[in-house]
Design a protein around this ligand. Structure first.
Ligand code: SF4
Length: 201
């Protein structure tokens, strides 16, 4: 790992900017940032924020969403967690807590505003970026994502092969996947081909 990103990951791991915000949630938890990036990784997974299981484990996508994402990508957990090949850049590095309905709260915008520019500057040449869910799509695609996740993912050809917008792989989107069979039929084969190309490259 480059010195700059090693130091940055350590700095991020100690971040407590959102402590008051998290203390006010139902879980009243403390910040536990989960940095997972290394200079030279050619794939970046830009997601939403850790869920409770990732918060406890300290490892990104260490949950059923991660299993589904790895299946979409056609790679093993061992490949996914190889930081020389893949970095994870969520819109927030800590679990944000739950809303009144038990869904995860949105990622605090202060996180990306504080950390992203410094991390992306240190990542180097990224061959493939996965924009997982609406928050990452709005952040990276701006006006191109304003039609919502379904339209943005439907327009994947405008961004491929370097960028793939994807729905969030959460169980909450199982209904979406059933309603949109074109995603498995068209997007996933192209995604797997691109992931393999970059992994093997
Ligand atoms: S979410 Fe981001 S900004 Fe907030 S405490 Fe965690 S690392 Fe810091």
């Amino acid at each position: 790992m480059s010195d700059a990103l090693t130091a940055l990951a350590a700095e991020l791991a100690a971040c407590t900017l959102c402590a008051p915000r998290f203390a006010a949630t139902a879980t009243g938890h403390s910040p536990r940032p989960v940095p997972w990036f290394r200079s030279g990784a050619r794939i970046v997974v830009a997601g939403q924020a850790p869920g409770m299981r990732v918060h406890k484990a300290g490892r990104p996508f260490f949950d059923p969403s991660g299993d589904r994402l790895r299946d979409w990508m056609g790679i093993t957990a061992e490949q996914f967690y190889d930081r020389d090949r893949l970095s994870v850049l969520p819109m927030a590095f800590c679990f944000p807590g739950y809303d009144a309905k038990g869904a995860d709260l949105p990622p605090p915008p202060v996180c990306a505003a504080t950390w992203h520019d410094r991390i992306t500057a240190g990542l180097g040449d990224v061959a493939l970026t996965l924009l997982v869910g609406g928050y990452a799509q709005k952040y990276f695609l701006g006006a191109d994502a304003k039609g919502g996740v379904t339209r943005t993912v439907q327009g994947w050809r405008a961004h491929a092969p370097r960028v793939f917008p994807l729905p969030h792989p959460s169980w909450r989107n199982t209904g979406w996947l059933k309603k949109n069979p074109w995603f498995a039929a068209e997007v996933l084969p192209a995604l797997r081909t691109r992931v393999k190309e970059v992994m093997d490259g």
